[in-house]
Design a protein around this ligand. Structure first.
Ligand SMILES: [Ca+2]
Ligand SMILES: [Ca+2]
Ligand SMILES: [Ca+2]
Length: 308
């Protein structure tokens, strides 16, 4: 299936041209988190508070949406003078209701719905009671909002909450919905002429069998994305050409089994192109390959400046 609708948005400097199935993402804002608030079981922890139930509907988020959750800042996980404001481990769980039971319950979120990548939570610091539930996931991540979800709870991943603080008051989460180029049908977006597109997350080629193509072309043209997936279950191509830029966090190429991802960076008459994550990740771990059986099918091209 190929949708033929074409949308063109122009600015003073350039253009964003969408063809086919392109879902525009958006930033939903930063939300402060209390590092003492949790949805996990607690024991002999009178300072612990209840996690806030984020109302998905009120935020304009529906089941099936691709939600981006970016943990921001840090917290201090215990009161000792030597322990800095550096802890970042944060987890979340979707629920079919706003109900959060008392801290003594092993499963405090009666409407919990599984999503994302499983994460383990340690037993309570006092008494060693198990706290782990099967439905929660680790932040930072991009996750599909599961069927039936109406609320979201977020918590530090900790075993004692009453001693947590945030001295510089920066701990929280930034929520957004992802830009999807090629969601359930083929799609293509072209960013050119010096235009710049910020996105909390970007997915190119989401569903199996779908072809998604994102072109970022020309000096000053840019995609800024907290994380980018080139080929999620489908076929994704990210072309960065003629002095264009891609900035932000990690890039996953060919993310799931059966997917196909191509990241092509080339310079042209306009100058050198730059993929910030790529340059860093060649020597670190920002570009990740998944689905080993299909590794040989993936074409990873980096023609810029002879980088390998
Ligand atoms: Ca902090
Ligand atoms: Ca603690
Ligand atoms: Ca868990």
């Amino acid at each position: 299936m190929l949708l033929l609708a074409t949308a063109v948005a122009t600015s003073a400097r350039g253009a964003i041209i969408d063809v086919g199935d392109v879902v525009r993402g958006g930033d939903l804002g930063f939300f402060k988190l209390d590092p003492q608030a949790t949805y996990l079981r607690t024991n002999n922890d009178p300072g612990a508070k209840s996690a806030f139930p984020f109302d998905l509907g009120a935020l304009g988020i529906s089941p099936g949406d691709l939600l981006t959750l970016e943990r921001v800042g840090d917290y201090r996980y215990r009161g000792g003078i030597a322990d800095g404001d550096t802890a970042t481990a944060t987890i979340g769980v979707f629920s079919g209701s706003a109900t959060l039971l008392g801290g003594a319950n092993p499963n405090r979120v009666p409407g919990a719905i599984d999503a994302g990548t499983d994460v383990f939570s340690l037993p309570t610091d006092s008494g060693g009671l198990p706290t782990d539930i099967s439905q929660d996931f680790a932040l930072t991540t991009t996750v599909v909002v599961p069927t039936g979800a109406s609320h979201l709870f977020i918590s530090p991943n900790d075993s004692f909450f009453g001693d947590n603080t945030d001295p510089d008051n920066d701990y929280g989460v930034r929520l957004g919905t992802a830009l999807i180029v090629g969601d359930t049908a083929n799609g293509m977006r072209t960013i050119n002429g010096g235009d710049s597109v910020p996105a909390p997350g970007t997915v190119i080629g989401r569903a199996a069998g779908v072809i998604g193509t994102l072109n970022v072309d020309g000096a000053g043209s840019a995609l800024g994305s907290a994380n980018t997936t080139v080929g999620d279950q489908g076929t994704g191509t990210l072309n960065v050409t003629n002095a264009a830029r891609v900035t932000g966090g990690a890039i996953a190429v060919g993310r799931r089994l059966g997917s196909d991802g191509t990241l092509a960076v080339s310079s042209g008459g306009g100058g050198r192109s730059d993929v910030q994550q790529l340059r860093q990740s060649r020597h670190r771990e920002g570009v990740r390959f998944h689905g080993d059986r299909d590794r040989e099918r993936r074409r990873f091209e980096d023609r810029d400046q002879g980088r390998r």
